[in-house]
Ligand binder design. Structure first.
Ligand code: F6R
Length: 611
């Protein structure tokens, strides 16, 4: 998400840090800052907005320094603002910290530190690290202070720290958030991503979890959290800068699909405790308000709308209250009927989609509270909605949404379970069982990745490469996943693709099924399996080339299809998170085989800010 850069060497540090930060701009960010040593004191210069704004601030100064830390922030805790931009410092201003990741227990740490007299100047989780270090810096040793501080942290972090009393070193630490050290003659670098350092060096150490490092001009010392020395193999980067931005993947789409397990974990993190209890205090709806809800509207566009289609089934199943799911551009002109106790759930990756914003305003004008599920912190929907559940997918670069969709599903599940618990439809124990199942999802997505070669090989089949039309079939939740699968395929491969509710086939779409036409049949809902099997046979009888997405234990459906992709089993509520993965991978490999512009499909933009 955010970008970190550190430099210690013989040259002027600021131009190098700014240049390296610019190389991380592709990841998206909303503010930027640097911490440098000027005349023996730490000085932090930071601003909301782009690196250009930071450069303007710096241009009025003539700072000479050979060591510093830079950061670009993608807001998580607290809106994009100068105060929330990194680096952050302790009360004394001696220590500067840049951090990527999420500190889950920051609120309790903040309270504890405030009680001890520490003064906070931002809303960020990161700032607790600076004050924790200060608390432990009594003997003046940054390494031991950082070591003590990170023992108190729960969550993920890549940290770069500097202390004005130790002008010859940068301290680094990582857990569940990437950090690399770039090695060169007379200078060393730290970065959250390899592209930042590529113009300066191709020799890097990729840090592992719990590594702590001291980076000086002359060298690197690495140890584990216990203080024992560790060594990491030097890695020679052979990719060019563009490839490196994609983390070694050929396209952002594939990289972002592979980030889905991490995005699911992050979206659940802090909201699901170790003993599977829900913690959704961030929904600022009182229990009374949740209990009195009598209607829910889910409103969004495109992929976010299809996440909403899954949401409708889940909310209706778990809450037994009516849910209407609307395309935002339709909602805003259809004069919807609100009840006194309606809630509007607004879903958007960018938080800037014009129709979705207008629909949200329409609902709020009707007296309905808006709960936003938004990926871009600080966006219009984030700011205007009455309450927000952020998805922690991280910046999505590919125009087509993938990891944002699965994170939106996770947010919808968490909200639905929370509401069901508050309304007494599920006990705390029942919710805990479902959350325990949800926690398997990242590892199960990973298991589907293990079948990626097979999916890539399918995409090379002539039936698929030559086809003009492609059908997706499903019932119930499988139909909702089909809708998203069909959108993705048409968007990137330019193959005409449609999703049909399998029960509707005989009412029209069956007329289009011809010999050899590819059909992806999603069939993982036990109750509907018999019906779905009949539909599969109907299209098979017309010569369709059927790819079945079936549960690992379902040998019967497997026999009825030409190709099978097995899906690990979870509670059926959560299966759309898994069934969507092969559709994304097939779309990717088929579009690649057809030579399409995968990350930037024709005629489409990432953020649709006009009607
Ligand atoms: C499809 C896709 C779009 C977006 C839609 C809404 O892959 O990305 O359909 O889902 O434009 O965008 P957000 O979620 O930003 O409101």
């Amino acid at each position: 998400m955010c970008g970190i850069v550190g430099y210690i060497g013989e040259k002027q540090a600021l131009p190098i840090i700014i240049d390296a930060l610019k190389r991380l701009e592709y990841r998206g960010y909303d503010s930027a800052g640097v911490a440098v040593l000027v005349d023996g004191s730490v000085e932090i210069i930071k601003t909301a907005g782009k690196i250009r704004a930071l450069e303007e601030l710096l241009s009025s100064r003539s700072i000479s320094t050979t060591m510093g830390v830079g950061h670009t922030r993608w807001a998580t805790h607290g809106e994009p603002s100068t105060a929330n931009a990194h680096p952050h410092c302790d009360c004394s201003g001696r220590v500067a910290i840049a951090h990527n990741g999420i500190i889950e227990n920051y609120l309790s740490l903040r309270e504890e530190l405030q009680a001890k007299g520490h003064r906070f100047t931002s809303e960020t989780d990161t700032e607790v690290i600076a004050h924790l270090v200060e608390e432990n810096l009594r003997d003046g040793n940054l390494e031991s202070a950082l070591r003590s501080a990170i023992r108190r942290l729960q969550g993920s972090y890549a940290i770069v720290a500097m202390n004005q009393e130790e002008p010859e070193r940068l301290l680094v630490a990582r857990k569940d958030s990437p950090l690399v050290i770039g090695l060169s003659e007379g200078a060393n670098f730290v970065a959250s991503d390899i592209p930042a350092v590529l113009p300066y060096t191709r020799r890097v150490y990729i840090l592992e979890d719990e590594d702590i490092g001291i980076v000086t001009r002359e060298g690197i010392t690495l140890s584990n959290e216990g203080g024992d020395p560790v060594s990491r193999e030097e890695f020679a980067v052979t990719w060019d800068a563009e490839e490196a931005e994609k983390g070694g993947y050929e396209h952002f789409m594939l990289k972002e699909i592979h980030e889905i397990p991490r995005a699911i974990r992050d979206t659940m993190r802090t909201r699901v405790t170790d003993d599977n209890r829900l913690n959704l205090e961030e929904i600022k709806l009182s229990e009374e308000e949740i209990r009195s809800l009598d209607r829910i509207f889910i409103i969004a566009c495109g992929t976010a709308y299809y996440a909403g289609c899954v949401g409708k089934s889940i909310f209706e199943r778990l809450l037994r209250i009516p849910v209407e799911v609307d395309i935002a551009s339709e909602f805003r002109y259809r004069n919807p009927i609100f009840s006194e106790n309606s809630l509007a759930i607004i879903i958007s990756q960018s938080g800037e989609t014009a129709d979705t914003i207008a629909a949200m305003r329409e609902a709020r004008r009707g007296g309905v509270k808006a709960l936003g599920i938004v990926n871009a912190i600080g966006s219009s929907i984030y700011r205007e909605a009455d309450c927000i559940i952020p998805t922690w997918a991280g910046p999505e670069i590919c125009v087509a949404s993938t990891k944002a969709y699965t994170s939106q599903l996770i947010a919808l599940y968490l909200i639905a379970l929370h509401f069901a618990q508050v309304r007494g439809r599920l006990s705390v124990e029942e919710v805990a069982c479902l959350l325990a199942e949800m926690k398997h999802l990242p590892e199960q997505v990973q298991r589907i990745f293990d079948r990626e070669d097979k999916i890539a090989a399918l995409a090379e089949q002539e039936e698929l490469k030559q086809c003009r039309d492609f059908f997706f079939l499903g019932r119930g939740l499988d139909y909702s996943a089909s809708l998203e699968g069909a959108l993705k395929l048409k968007e990137i491969s330019y193959i005409h693709s449609e999703a049909a509710a399998a029960g509707e086939l005989k009412h029209g779409p069956l007329a289009l099924i011809t010999k050899g036409m590819p059909v992806m049949a999603i069939c993982v809902q036990q109750e509907l399996r018999g019906k779905m099997l009949s539909n599969i046979k109907e299209v098979a009888a017309r010569g369709a080339h059927i790819i079945g997405l079936v549960k690992e234990s379902d040998s019967e459906t497997e026999k009825a299809v030409a190709e099978v992709i097995r899906i690990p089993e979870n509670d059926e509520l959560f299966m759309p998170v898994l069934t969507i993965i092969p559709t994304y991978l097939l779309t990717y490999y088929l579009s690649k085989a057809l030579g399409r512009e995968i990350d930037q499909p024709r005629n489409l933009a990432k953020s649709v800010t006009v009607e």
